[in-house]
Design a protein around this ligand. Sequence first.
Ligand SMILES: [Zn+2]
Length: 278
Amino acid sequence: MRERLRSYTDDYRLHTEGGRQYLTFPKLDEYRELRHLFTTRHGGVSSGCVGTWNFGARDLDTPENIRRNYEILADTLCLSPDRLVVSDQTHTVNIRQVTAADGGKGVTRPKDYRGVDGLVTNERQLALVTGHADCNAIFFFDPSKQVIGLVHSGWRGTLGGIGREMIRLMREKYGCSPADILAGVGPSLCQECFEVDPDVAQAFFDEDASYRAFALRRGDKYYIDLKGIIRHDLLACGLGEDHLMDMKLCTKCNTADFFSHRGQKGKRGIMAAAMALI
Ligand SMILES: [Zn+2]
């Protein structure tokens, strides 16, 4: 299914600033103390299959371009690049509690951590950043305790429950109540575009029999609704139905605006999800 970005729907808002285009959740835009966004392909300095706003794919782009793209991201967030903190994604369910001491890691200085697929903080002027090209970004915000979190939840992270892990950490380390937490899923594969072999589908069914409701079988392939599973899990954690958001955008269905690992057969850039308390 091909779809074009609209400037505004109930589920997302498209911001255009010069050549930059990024998306936000209308419900999170209401909080003045919060800045958040999910980038599109448009707004950076890279070209070709990683054109133009690429934050990864280091084998297909130059370090200078990627550095410049992060600077443009920082500028969009009204923060300096040394206030960004970038994940180190390896499909784990590990979440790092980020502090000011982490500022700039992955942008202006090297990361000193490995295997971090989620970031959480209650500190201000510090932007959490994760990278995406089909995998789900889940944004978390507790307006009551003023805590933000961001995770990379591909199929392995979703199967492992990184969203549930974020809720556990927000409860235990920051005193959050699940009923206060808002959570939203950015652009990622729709069910039709997430075709898997039976062994992957079986891994989900073994994890939780109720996940069968989110899988369709066609021939010897399965189609799994990862966003549906994330939503199911967050509701089970105690989040309110009206606190769950979904941009309802598929990266593979719209490779004009999004990088897509499957849509571009691996020759793709990486988009950024970012979130900061101001
Ligand atoms: Zn799709």
